[in-house]
Design a binder for this molecule. Structure first.
Ligand SMILES: Nc1nc2c(c(=O)[nH]1)N[C@H]1C(S)=C(S)[C@@H](COP(=O)(O)O)O[C@H]1N2
Ligand SMILES: [Mo]
Length: 497
């Protein structure tokens, strides 16, 4: 192998060794303190909104994977270049490793959940990388011919293999196995107050009434899933309250448990989008918990905080004022899945997820809108975000060809906590026709609808609009999800032939 290539590989071996060592050290300190997670999270927090929106649009649920791959590729390229340069000037190598360590440490301690100890894994990793550099890049024998250093071929290959193995071990043992096991070992109690169960339409191509957990959309800023064992769990309720409280997971299970069907939706959902799901949630009444704590007058915002330091702000009135706001522990008959907030999350009917649905919930702090801006509000999303009325055509699918004649057009509509009263469909901008609505149990879930269409041969545009129970019909005017939710009618073009 040629010397330049070995030198480049040597750089990758030193950086890889540094990273692997840091990831292993992070297992002992805290999973979030690993440089991969910390730098990734810092990049996510610092990414300007338009870039983030573009990433979600382009990569969807894979946005985090793409980000990690991007950081990884950039690192490999930089490490190869540094490794190459270090042959002539070894200081470049030490400098780059120091930079890696300091940047990793800075990213780690900037995390909201961090303690000072979070700086240690990246620094320890950098020190390990420096030791590798020292061992692999040896001064050339003083022949005077070639200045610089000779890179130890065998050593580089060994170090690369070692870093790979250590990285894999770090991934495995820093993983979620222990939490998955704890989750599987749990049996949740029956609800004391069992809400009505909706029965949906079962039509080909139509979104099912209840969303199975594996199909439920996932949106959050967590690169590594926060790991909270039920036995270590504490929910603190404090801030502007008369009686601060602290509850364990067991304390939550011992309270009256409610089971409610509630549709959750993301503010980033575009017209026609699928960032919403309907589940049967098991949990404790948030209103009861807050009544125990006694919010002080003027504390109009409930700030909820996750284990990884993310925050949401919910109007106190929405938490106490008669809706089924839940501190949820169960989803569709199981403990919450890890991706959906295990062990405890918040669910408030009628508000977008970013202002209400905190996953991996560990703290409720009574504050005011004037005094505190939560995560997305600091990034200019609206502080108040009730869910806007939405309707979608699920079938027929856009740009498909259907048989002429009787065709079922069907979809879902939602206006949580107001309820859907009417869904209308029109073809080729003709008159609006009323769709048939599936029965619903209340205003907090989405509502399926269907309409029988006699499709003439040709190309057609189908459009849908819904009216909520307050009599407000969806506006045709298109708005982007930023800053408080998209508007506009969903349309689908199909050909009957
Ligand atoms: N801890 C935490 N909770 C969070 C978020 C987050 O980034 N971190 N995102 C919120 C957003 S924007 C939405 S839409 C919902 C999505 O919940 P789901 O992933 O269970 O569907 O979670 C909310 N809760
Ligand atoms: Mo969201």
């Amino acid at each position: 192998m040629n010397g330049k290539l070995i030198a480049a590989l040597g750089g990758i071996a030193c950086a890889g060794g540094a990273l692997a060592a840091a990831q292993l050290a992070a297992i002992a300190v805290a999973p979030g303190s690993g440089p991969v997670a910390a730098v990734g999270a810092a990049v996510i927090d610092a990414t300007p909104e338009p870039v983030k929106a573009w990433a979600i649009r382009t990569f969807g649920f894979h946005d985090k994977l793409v980000l990690l791959a991007g950081i990884g590729l950039a690192l490999v390229a930089a490490a190869a270049a540094v490794g190459f340069l270090a042959r002539r000037r070894i200081a470049v190598g030490y400098g780059a490793l120091m930079l890696l360590g300091v940047a990793g440490a800075a990213a780690a301690i900037s995390r909201p959940a961090a303690s000072a100890a979070w700086a240690l894994p990246p620094l320890a990793g950098a020190a390990f990388g420096a030791a590798l550099l020292f061992l692999l890049y040896r001064p050339s024998p003083a022949t005077g011919a070639a200045p610089g250093r000779a890179v130890d071929r065998r050593g580089v290959l060994l170090a690369l293999a070692g870093a790979g193995l250590a990285g894999a071990a770090g991934w495995r043992f820093g993983g979620t196995g222990e939490i998955e096991q704890a989750r599987r070992g749990l049996t949740l109690p029956e609800a004391d107050d069992i809400g009505p169960a909706g029965t949906g339409l079962d039509l080909d191509g139509l979104t099912p009434y209840l969303t199975p957990n594996p199909d439920f959309y996932r949106v959050d800023t967590a690169l590594v899933l926060p790991r909270v064992l039920p036995e270590d769990y504490r929910l603190r309720i404090g801030g502007r309250v008369e009686r601060p409280l602290e509850l364990t997971y067991g304390d939550l299970l011992d309270r009256e448990l409610l089971e409610r069907e509630i549709t959750l939706a993301c503010v980033s959902n575009e017209v026609g989008g699928t960032l919403a799901g309907n589940a049967r949630w098991l949990g404790v009444s948030l209103a009861d918990l807050l009544a125990d704590a006694g919010p002080e007058p003027g504390a109009d915002q409930v700030v909820s905080r996750s284990h990884d330091g993310w925050t949401a702000g919910t109007p106190t009135s929405a938490c106490t004022g008669g809706r089924d706001a839940l501190i949820a522990i169960g989803m569709n008959g199981e403990p919450l899945p890890l991706e959906h907030g295990f062990p405890v999350r918040m669910i408030v009917p009628g508000l977008y997820g970013y202002v209400s649905a905190t996953k991996w919930l560990v703290e409720l702090e009574l504050s005011s809108f004037a005094d505190f801006d939560p995560y997305w509000v600091r990034r200019d999303w609206a502080a108040q975000a009730p869910i806007k009325t939405f309707s979608r055509i699920d079938t027929p699918k856009p740009l498909t060809t259907i048989a002429p004649g009787r065709t079922t057009v069907a979809g879902v509509a939602w206006a949580q906590h107001r309820g859907i009263d009417r869904v209308e469909v029109r073809v080729d901008e003709g008159p609006w026709a009323d769709a048939e609505l599936a029965p619903v149990i209340g205003p907090d879930t989405w509502r399926q609808w269907q309409w029988a269409w006699d499709a003439r041969p040709g190309r057609h545009k189908l459009e849908v609009r819904a009216t909520d129970a307050e009599g407000d019909t969806q506006t045709r005017e298109r708005a982007t999800p930023f800053p408080d939710g998209a508007t506009g009618w969903h349309s689908v073009v199909v050909t009957a032939a």
